[in-house]
Design a protein. Structure first.
Length: 133
């Protein structure tokens, strides 16, 4: 009789372990599916945000002339060229903040660490097909 009780307990323990393993596998699969869904949602939000940013200068509420705006995309959204100033522009949704790099750029602008540089290529000698020094 004791053997039957022991056998029943062993079978019951085996059944519990089998069910636990099946539940664990299912849990892991659901966890990975959730991670993938969250990643895809974030990715779609980012893509939607990048597309939307390109149209903001054409909204009525945009305070500048949209024809004088140049879209860059990263690390800031663009540059607005006004007759009396140049404005670095970053569009943000209600709850989002500046990235670390955008905060660094803002700080550089606020400290007057913005420059204009002109780079010229050497003139090309058309007869030889090379550049003169």
């Amino acid at each position: 009789m004791l053997e039957y009780v022991l056998l029943a307990m062993i079978l019951f323990a085996g059944l519990v372990l089998l069910l636990y393993k099946r539940l664990w596998v299912r849990y892991e699969r659901l966890r990975l599916d959730l991670q993938e869904a969250l990643f895809q949602k974030k990715s779609l939000s980012s893509k939607y945000g990048r597309m939307t940013e390109q149209f903001i200068p054409f909204l009525e509420s945009y305070p500048y002339n949209e024809q004088d705006f140049r879209f860059i995309g990263s690390p800031i959204d663009g540059v607005q060229f006004e007759p009396d100033r140049v404005i670095l522009v970053e569009f943000k949704a209600a709850g989002s903040g500046l990235t670390k790099r955008q905060r660094e750029i803002k700080s550089l602008v606020e400290r007057g660490r913005v420059e204009f540089r002109e780079f010229r290529l050497p003139a090309r000698d058309n007869r030889k097909g090379d550049y003169r020094k």
